[in-house]
Design a protein around this ligand. Structure first.
Ligand code: SF4
Length: 65
């Protein structure tokens, strides 16, 4: 599963960066996927971060890039 953050939806709660700090960072007021983290959508903490993002800005998608 691929991970992405839609910056137009993110309102900067930083929860993703706290839940899965290996994959998400908090930069310039937004949650971002760290370089190399885009393929980490199968990790339980990444799934949880996506489910609990208050603005539903984190998307997990199937498929190869
Ligand atoms: S949890 Fe959601 S709203 Fe909060 S910083 Fe991460 S992507 Fe943005």
């Amino acid at each position: 599963m691929k991970v992405s953050v839609d910056r137009s939806l993110c309102y900067g709660s930083a929860e993703c960066a706290h839940r899965a700090p290996a994959v998400f960072a908090f930069e310039d007021g937004y949650g971002v996927v760290r370089p190399g983290g885009a393929g980490s959508g199968d990790e339980p903490e990444v799934r949880e971060a996506a489910e609990k993002c208050p603005s539903q800005a984190i998307t997990l998608t199937d498929g190869a890039e």
